[in-house]
Design a protein around this ligand. Structure first.
Ligand code: HEC
Ligand code: HEC
Length: 267
């Protein structure tokens, strides 16, 4: 073999070679341990330390184990009966439990609004426990919707919400037995929570689509259609006198046509 290295460079002795190899394997070991440590820090549930120390989260977990875990799993991880609640946030729990939709009593196309099973303090505990499992939308506070622009809210409502909830917020049918409910019972907080959590078929309206100020305007509009006195008569979605005339016209003329045909057939 023709050697290119200079003849006076010393050949590495066997002992030196062994030491080099030891240093190399030590380096690999340290790198591997470092990677494992970083991966663990990234993947380990970060809320576990807090849930052990905070007593209100432990109480929330207790309520959860009694009332929710049978469907949502012992650690809210979800299962065949219900989805995971990790990362849904406190607002989703406050909305679902505060409107009585949860705990679910019967599986069906819609989880309807019911009388709430839990009181407000218990709902806060449940929400705190679920929020400790992963970050999600928080329960909104200080909703100063009274000073918001009602007319602006009305136009936002007509472009974003009326296609499902109807112009008067009285609700409407969706596909496969689902429906968008009437908004007459929802509190301002629940309206805000519905927008930021998007229950079931309802889309989530993030702060980029509808800013917090616009959400308050929508709430103020929904509150006015709730409190505006109903002029009476059969509710036709309260779209105004035009529909009422149209219905009177169609039904009236229809009846006349049928009577005329009946007379004609006898003659
Ligand atoms: C009988 C089974 C059942 C029980 C008990 C139950 N849930 Fe649910 N839950 C469901 C199902 C099914 C869904 C999904 C359907 C839906 O969104 O309505 C759901 C959805 C939810 C959601 C919405 C999740 C999301 O992705 O936004 C929340 C929050 C929730 N449940 C909280 C609770 C809490 C808190 C309790 C206990 C007080 C509870 N649930 C008890 C079956 C159940
Ligand atoms: C694609 C149809 C759809 C659109 C658009 C929609 N929603 Fe909904 N909404 C629903 C459905 C379906 C539910 C029932 C969810 C459930 O039962 O969990 C609902 C529930 C609600 C509730 C809860 C009512 C109650 O009494 O519990 C409120 C409040 C609400 N929506 C407000 C809004 C607002 C405000 C907008 C517009 C920014 C909007 N929704 C847009 C379908 C829709």
């Amino acid at each position: 073999m023709v050697s290119v290295s200079s003849p006076d460079a010393p050949e590495p002795t066997p002992r030196r070679r062994i030491r080099k190899r030891r240093i190399a394997s030590l380096g690999i070991l340290v790198a591997a341990l470092g990677t494992i440590g970083t991966l663990y820090a990234g993947l380990a549930p970060s809320g576990s330390a807090a849930s052990n120390s905070d007593p209100s989260i432990a109480r929330g977990r207790q309520l959860f184990l009694q009332g929710c875990a049978s469907c949502h799993g012992l650690n809210a991880q979800g299962g065949v009966r219900a989805p995971s609640l990790i990362g849904v946030g406190a607002a989703a729990v406050d909305f679902r439990v505060g409107t009585g939709r949860m705990p679910l009593q019967q599986h069906g196309p819609e989880a309807p609004r019911k009388r709430p099973v839990y009181n407000n303090a218990q709902i806060q505990l449940l929400a705190g426990y679920v929020a400790s499992l992963g970050a999600g939308p928080a329960i909104p506070t200080n909703l100063n919707y009274q000073s918001a622009d009602v007319a602006f809210g009305g136009s936002l409502f007509r472009t974003n919400c009326a296609q499902c909830h109807n112009f008067a917020g009285s609700g409407g049918a969706l596909t496969y037995g689902k429906y968008a409910p009437s908004l007459s019972e929802a509190t301002p907080k629940q309206i805000y929570e519905a927008m930021i959590t998007g229950p079931e078929n309802m889309p989530v309206f993030g702060d980029k689509e509808i800013t917090p100020a616009q959400k308050l305007a929508i709430i103020s509009y929904i509150r006015t259609i709730k409190t505006e006195p109903n002029p009476g008569g059969a509710g036709l979605g309260r779209v105004g006198p035009v529909t009422e005339t149209a219905v009177a016209w169609l039904v009236g003329i229809g009846a006349l046509v049928i009577v005329t045909m009946w007379i004609g057939s006898r003659a």
